[in-house]
Design a protein around this ligand. Structure first.
Ligand code: HEC
Length: 208
């Protein structure tokens, strides 16, 4: 049952649906097709979007930089594995101090773990805060192992705290390798040396 209605911009075109609730009846104005299309289209889009960007690896194909980052991570992990198990004995530390990879990693640890705050960005020391680590003098250092132990355990009664508990052994070893590699580089912005001239440190033959 439908009746004509004239309460509309286009008189005579509005139908009423057949049902009435408590005397209130309803125009029969279906949602336009284009509206339906957008509605269903957006649902479909969300499903496709979810599948592509959240559930599959397709986004890496769509975003080359993501693929590149993954490849770089993998390459870094592989080359890192080349260093093998990190050991803190003198010969191992000396060998590591000649590895660009280990020294590079140690350098970023030195920057990110706050060593720079006291030893300066180039490890040349900061007056009143931390020693110059680029000279040939050591206050607590005689051997390469001493470098590791100083960083690991700190120097009791000074501002130099032990870092191994916080950084873990591997990062402590890498930081030590970096510090060892700095010996004798004498950064131009370094502060005057403290302590005594250290005995020479030698790199063992690496072909074992
Ligand atoms: C809060 C300041 C401070 C921070 C942070 C700090 N150091 Fe030190 N460091 C010192 C001081 C001070 C000494 C000298 C201690 C002494 O008087 O014997 C020292 C000594 C050392 C020595 C021995 C130098 C020598 O000739 O005896 C090494 C190696 C060293 N620090 C490395 C590091 C590394 C690596 C880090 C970061 C993981 C670090 N330090 C963070 C203050 C600091």
């Amino acid at each position: 049952m439908s009746t004509q209605d004239k309460n509309d911009g286009a008189p005579g075109t509005n139908q009423l649906t057949g049902h009435a609730y408590d005397g209130i009846s309803e125009y029969d104005n279906p949602i336009p097709g284009w509206w339906h299309a957008i509605f269903l289209g957006s649902i479909l889009f969300s499903v496709v979007y979810m599948a592509v960007f959240h559930l599959s690896s397709a986004k890496e194909k769509l975003r080359p930089e993501a693929r590149l980052a993954r490849a770089q991570e993998r390459a870094a992990a592989e080359s890192f594995a080349l260093l093998g198990e990190l050991k803190s004995d003198g010969p191992s530390l000396m060998l590591l101090s000649t590895s660009e990879l280990a020294v590079g990693k140690g350098k970023s640890i030195f920057a990110s773990k706050g060593c720079v705050a006291c030893h300066g960005p180039n490890a040349g020391g900061v007056p009143g805060l931390g020693l110059n680590l680029t000279d040939d003098y050591g206050k607590n250092l005689r051997t390469p192992e001493d470098v590791f132990h100083t960083i690991s355990q700190g120097v009791t009664g000074t501002a130099m705290l032990g870092f191994e508990a916080q950084m873990g052994k591997d990062d402590t070893i890498l930081a030590a390798a970096y510090v060892i590699s700095l010996r004798g580089t004498n950064t131009p912005d370094g502060i005057p040396p403290e302590g005594e001239l250290m005995p020479e440190w030698t790199v063992p033959d690496s072909d074992d």
